[in-house]
Design a protein around this ligand. Sequence first.
Ligand code: ADP
Ligand code: ADP
Length: 236
Amino acid sequence: MAVIEIQNLTYTYPATSHPALREVSLTVEAGEFVAIIGPNGAGKSTLCYTLAGFIPHFFKGELQGEVRVAGQDIRRVRLEDWVLKVGLVFQNPFNQISGAKFTVYEEIAFGLENIGVPREEMKRRVEEVMALTGIEDLADRSPYALSGGQQQRVALASILVMQPEVLVLDEPTSQLDPIGTREVFQVIRRLAHQGVTIIMAEHKVEWIAEYADRVIALAEGRVIGTGTPADVLTDP
Ligand code: ADP
Ligand code: ADP
């Protein structure tokens, strides 16, 4: 079943003349791990922001074409409802991590507390995502005292605890060393096996080749290639 369906998406940021995305069409199946590659300015972040609903709900601009997640049109859903379906992980985990006074456990529980999830359920869900992301030993630590890979997994866990159907990651390993990068890729791979649909903007092609199911290549806002990592990443 296609979870993400994009048809002829053209998007232009406010007060700019050139579209950041041009006639982009793609579908992604449930549980697929799709990597988005392309040079700087290709439109990778813009595609991530669109899937996450920031475009058109936060960055207004002009959006043409169709963007659907789980059958719902992005223009017809409020951002606060959309963010429960689609989680976005940024490059820098500190765009996500909310405050130094929190422990890792409190950090991850924060979103559930905000929507009033009962204490027992909250504890169960927080412990589940800590195990999934391999940070169960860090519950009482400050997120600020962790390695980059651990911090990014805390950010990831705080998104996953909300149980999104789709997880969008915008170069989540760009600040990480190879150890942290592997930790993040392994968690992502595990999530895809569990049925979470993954879209990840990433330029580390050797890691994509090892972990992703499919690659979509962008250049100047257009899709210029799609296929298995072996197909797309090997020059003809
Ligand atoms: P990538 O993530 O592949 O580097 P981006 O999606 O960031 O590409 O950028 C695509 C194009 O959109 C670029 O030309 C960039 O300058 C432009 N762009 C990105 N963000 C904004 C913004 N907030 N306002 C105006 N133009 C933007
Ligand atoms: P990325 O690696 O995500 O493409 P960038 O350095 O291109 O990072 O962009 C960083 C931030 O600046 C993003 O929030 C993006 O939306 C914004 N941005 C990029 N290009 C422009 C632009 N031409 N005008 C305004 N904001 C932009």
